[in-house]
Design a protein around this ligand. Structure first.
Ligand code: NAI
Ligand code: MG
Length: 331
């Protein structure tokens, strides 16, 4: 029996997550679902964006599906970003973002790549200070442990995907200590898994150009936090945009799936939210965390069938409901 902690959050999170849950329940009839709260609405009611009960529910279930949360545009005393809190408290050190061509939506066929981004350190450790009135300094932390952890994950994924290539993206020519430690730690782990023949390296600037010019050439990209943040948004262009971009936050024995998009207040409540990013995020739990490959393949085929059958004109006022009906009929 699989357990899933469901955290819809704010805005369209409340609309797309239930669709993804119903799809998962179709594929896994004995799925046991626990609801939990997080986000801005939760903060206004309870004074916390992620209550302890939500963290505990996630730990108990070992797997979660998060929708999106709204963030206030000005700093609010006591408010911390819910997704950052979840990533930190649950030690979800790796972020996985696949990008593939979809029929009818992508500008290009033949793209099928996966970006693994270190999710806990790098330039995003939040250690900035003013050294003088005219000099601001941000620290960049790269640890052997976190680098080995992401490479370990890359090894597992490379075997599941029967990857053609694993590309380490860094900037070790300019940052030999931090990026160098990342690269060397990754290589050591990948070597130990017998994968050294697949390993390739790119400097981040070259990788960005190639992701624009020849995205088909990439398979599995492994990189640090900031580079992964930028490259994964860039690459998502080839995958049909935000309405289809899924992700998985991953730690040791625990994972939290999450569509890349936010709470979309401009369309919340209108029935127009595309649930496919949330559905595909649930698919990442199936494929990579639970390793239920057959169910994951069924889900992907259903999404492909839906995209083939629905023309652009069909995406309108009833997108959320329509997409769910079309998907369920294909599972
Ligand atoms: P957003 O992703 O919510 O929306 C950007 C644009 O894409 C909007 O026009 C929206 O209608 C559209 N869109 C997004 N998802 C869609 C879907 N599934 N179907 C159809 N259209 C979709 O980003 P935005 O507007 O910058 O932020 C809105 C709120 O979401 C803010 O409070 C922001 O802080 C939060 N946010 C939360 C994230 C998270 O929870 N991980 C990530 C990004 C933003
Ligand atoms: Mg981003």
């Amino acid at each position: 029996m699989r357990r899933l902690c469901v955290i819809p959050g704010d805005g369209i999170g409340q609309e797309v997550v239930p669709v993804a849950v119903r799809v998962l329940e179709r594929l896994l009839p004995d799925l046991q679902v626990t609801e939990a709260e997080a986000g801005w609405d939760c903060f206004q009611r309870l004074g916390q964006s992620v209550p302890e009960a939500t963290l505990q529910a996630m730990r108990d279930c070992g797997a979660g599906l998060f929708g999106a949360v709204s963030s206030p545009s000005n700093a609010v005393a006591g408010y911390r970003s819910a997704i950052l809190t979840l990533r930190q408290q649950l030690a979800l050190g790796v972020n996985l973002r696949p990008v593939r061509s979809w029929p009818g939506l992508s500008d290009r066929s033949g793209v099928d790549l996966l970006i693994l981004r270190e999710n806990s350190e790098g330039l995003y450790v939040g250690k900035e200070h003013m050294a003088t009135a005219d000099l601001a300094i941000a620290e960049c932390h790269i640890s052997r442990q976190a680098s080995e952890h992401i490479a370990q994950r890359a090894s597992e994924i490379a075997k599941l995907r029967t990857s053609r290539r694993i590309t380490l993206v860094h900037k070790a020519n300019v940052l030999p200590l931090t990026c160098g430690l990342f690269r060397d730690s990754c290589r050591k782990v990948l070597d130990a898994h017998g994968l050294s023949a697949l390993v390739d390296e790119r400097l981040v600037d070259v990788a960005a150009l190639q992701l624009v010019e020849r995205p088909e050439e990439f398979d599995l990209i492994v990189t640090t936090n900031l580079f992964g943040d930028v490259l994964s948004d860039l690459a998502s262009h080839w995958g049909g945009g935000l309405g289809l971009a899924p992700s998985l936050n991953w730690g040791q024995g625990i994972a939290l799936a999450e569509p890349v998009h936010g709470s979309a207040p401009d369309i919340a409540g209108s029935g127009r939210a595309n649930p496919l990013a949330a559905v595909l995020s649930a698919g990442l739990l199936l494929r990579y965390h639970w390793q239920l490959i057959e169910q994951a393949d069924r889900l992907d085929r259903a999404v492909e069938g839906l995209l083939r059958s629905m023309g652009k004109a069909d995406w309108g006022k009833h997108t959320t409901r329509r997409a769910e009906q079309e998907l369920i009929a294909r599972l």
